[in-house]
Write a protein of this length. Structure first.
Length: 99
């Protein structure tokens, strides 16, 4: 949880769940994310075994990132919280569409 609790880590994980695979995809998917921060956070998430990077032998070499089963489990566990936030983000008594 320490790695996931770092600034930008949840946004990076969310970008991965939405289909971002490459470093540039992640940077593009997270507004305000600097070009340096994803590499730091991805290393931390890999160390925590939430994310895995696979080297693709192309020229130039590419790395594709994906959630590990442990990362998918974390997302699954957080879905009820995300539903709660989405429901109440506009204020009490007002709901938005459900997940």
């Amino acid at each position: 949880m320490e790695a996931f609790g770092q600034r930008w880590a949840p946004s990076i994980v969310l970008a991965l769940t939405r289909g971002a695979e490459r470093f540039t995809d992640i940077v593009a998917a997270v507004p305000g994310l600097s070009a340096r921060m994803p590499s730091v956070r991805l290393k931390q998430l890999e160390t925590a075994r939430l994310v895995e990077g696979m080297v693709v032998p192309t020229t130039p070499v590419a790395v594709r990132y994906h959630l590990t089963p442990r990362g998918v489990g974390l997302i699954t566990a957080l879905q009820p919280v995300a539903g709660y936030v989405q429901r109440w983000e506009t204020g009490p008594g007002t709901t938005t569409s459900s997940l």
